[in-house]
Design a protein around this ligand. Structure first.
Ligand code: C5P
Length: 239
């Protein structure tokens, strides 16, 4: 996999036109663009179609979490839009993940579609150990919880997880080589963590075993985002 593919750019912007401007600006340097809750809510399937028209791949980051039938139907819709990957919350449980994967596989075979990678979000990178314990009510350690959710996703047949790079080594050890690890919460050494709690640098994340890193603000808030991307790629290469 090339550097262009390893770095996923989060298009966390509130406007369709601005999102496409960013795609056009970075299309020579980025292969996969992430469309999340904000952009999808304002721009919907149209933005996905336009990114595809530019020959780029989409990671649809809607973190689906609902009853199995609803998640499976949304997954099928994502597959029909041709996204490269999408995600669900592992805490939605085994049946939710398994039904989504099984139904998407069936539809893709029947309709001759490329099957999207389906990932499970373990514990959000914005959640600290204390929040997980005191607010979410998980009494065992964060690592144990991430390990549990990753194993559940593997058993349900998912392609991988979205997790903090802090847990990448642990996940790799428990889920094996072929299991994809996508890590948001990435910060260069010169950018603030914002609301992220479990961050790592691009180099640390790749060294820990991340297949893909997701970055938004640490690129888009810079005066020269193109130069920032080049610096990040140098880090990825070195790792
Ligand atoms: O700006 P920043 O690089 O922190 O953005 C991270 C992106 O990754 C956001 O779009 C966020 O929704 C997403 N994400 C995350 N943590 C997860 C899953 C997705 O930060 N566990």
């Amino acid at each position: 996999m090339t550097c262009n593919e390893k770095l996923i750019l989060a298009l966390d912007v509130p406007e369709y036109d601005y999102a496409l401007e960013l795609v056009d600006k970075f299309r020579d340097r980025i292969e996969i663009f992430k469309v999340g809750l904000e952009l999808y809510t304002v721009a919907g399937p149209l933005i996905i179609r336009e990114i595809h028209r530019r020959g780029k791949k989409v990671f649809l980051d809607l973190k689906l979490h609902d009853i199995p039938t609803t998640v499976s139907r949304a997954g099928i819709a994502a597959a029909r839009m041709g996204v490269f990957m999408f995600n669900v919350h592992a805490s939605g449980g085994y049946n939710m993940m398994k039904k989504c994967m099984d139904d998407v596989v069936k539809v893709c075979l029947k309709e001759n579609l490329n099957r999207p990678r389906i990932l499970a979000v373990t514990v959000l990178t914005s959640i600290s150990m204390e929040v997980l314990r005191d607010e979410v009510g998980i009494q065992h350690s964060l690592n144990t919880h991430v390990k549990h959710l990753s194993s559940l996703a593997l058993r349900a047949g998912l392609d991988g997880v979205v997790a903090s790079a802090n847990e990448a080594v642990l996940i790799r050890r428990h889920c094996g080589r072929g299991f994809l690890i996508v890590t948001p919460g990435i910060r260069t050494s010169w950018t603030p963590p914002d609301d992220q709690m479990r961050t790592m640098t691009p180099k640390q994340a790749i060294r820990a075993g991340a297949d893909y890193i997701v970055m938004g603000r640490a690129i888009l808030s810079q005066v020269d985002p193109v130069k920032t991307i080049e610096l990040i790629k140098t880090e990825i290469d070195a790792a």
